[in-house]
Design a protein around this ligand. Structure first.
Ligand code: 13P
Length: 266
């Protein structure tokens, strides 16, 4: 029997919050969710993580390092150093105490030329630097309407993870592109079936253990009032939240919805 998967509620701040605002957020989040030792105060809490812009990471690290709240980068390069103007090495994130890094967010794929191949290299480099990558995947509306959702997800997984699978932990976030920032959340059934597909794919193509232990997050217009239903899907282990993660109150309410589910309240 493998260990139970610890749910994760993660906030992707995208290009919001400079250092001052980020620091205030981190202080308030800590105040609302942890005791004086920085430990979570509520039993059965999901793990919380924030993904600030790079310039705000040191401020967030200063507040959250050593607490039970995690943080990570929104992107990284695959090389450990070099002449790559504007890029950030995974080791630099590790030095700041980052536990996670996002890889292949759909905005990076569609706006900044990220490919399946760069995702593969970034994922492996992050693991090598001791950081857990959160691999983002998801289909566009046109792909869903053309009934190509599973093909797209499979292509993205295969490109990033197959041959050979990286030896280390990673998380997968399913973020249907049509649900990001649109207010149009995938229904629990829609999200649940893709998550199930991802878990099966990992089990079949990497190993039964990785299929079982890998956390799968849902992202795309997650809000406090829709997340409880999504969490009821057996293969959904948490959320990657954009807009609703920018206020401490709504971020904590989403964590609260996950907690209510975990403690049997919904
Ligand atoms: P929204 O929650 O704003 O739809 O964004 C989702 C997302 O892209 C998280 O990475």
């Amino acid at each position: 029997m493998s260990e139970p998967r610890i749910p994760l509620v993660a906030g992707n701040w995208k290009m919001y919050k400079g250092p001052a605002e980020a620091r205030a957020f981190a202080e308030e989040l800590l105040r609302q969710t942890t005791n004086d030792e920085g430990e979570m105060t509520k039993a059965g809490n999901p793990e919380l993580a924030v993904f600030p812009p790079f310039t705000a990471l040191p401020a967030v690290a200063e507040i959250l390092r050593g607490t039970s709240i995690s943080y990570g980068g929104q992107n990284c390069h695959w090389e450990s150093s070099g002449a790559f103007t504007g890029e950030t090495a995974p080791g630099f994130l590790a030095e700041l105490g980052c536990q996670y890094v996002l890889v292949g967010h759909s905005e990076r794929r569609s706006l900044f030329g990220e490919t399946d191949e760069t995702c593969r290299k970034k994922l492996a480099a992050a693991i090598a630097a001791g950081i857990e990558p959160v691999l983002c995947c998801g289909e566009t509306l046109a792909e869903r309407e053309a009934d190509r959702t599973f093909d797209v997800i499979e292509r993205q997984l295969r490109a990033a993870l197959a041959d050979p699978p990286p030896p280390g932990r990673f998380t997968v976030a399913y973020e249907p592109v049509w649900a990001i920032g649109t207010g149009r959340t995938a229904t629990p059934v829609q999200a649940g079936e893709v998550h199930h597909f991802i878990r099966e794919w990992l089990g079949r193509n990497i190993s039964a253990e990785i299929g079982e232990r890998t956390r799968l997050l849902y992202g795309g217009s997650v809000k406090p009032d829709n997340f409880g239903e999504l969490m009821k899907q057996p293969d959904i282990d948490g959320a990657l939240v954009g807009g609703a993660s920018l206020q401490v109150t709504s971020f904590c309410s989403i964590a609260g919805a996950a907690r209510s589910y975990l403690t049997g309240l919904i």
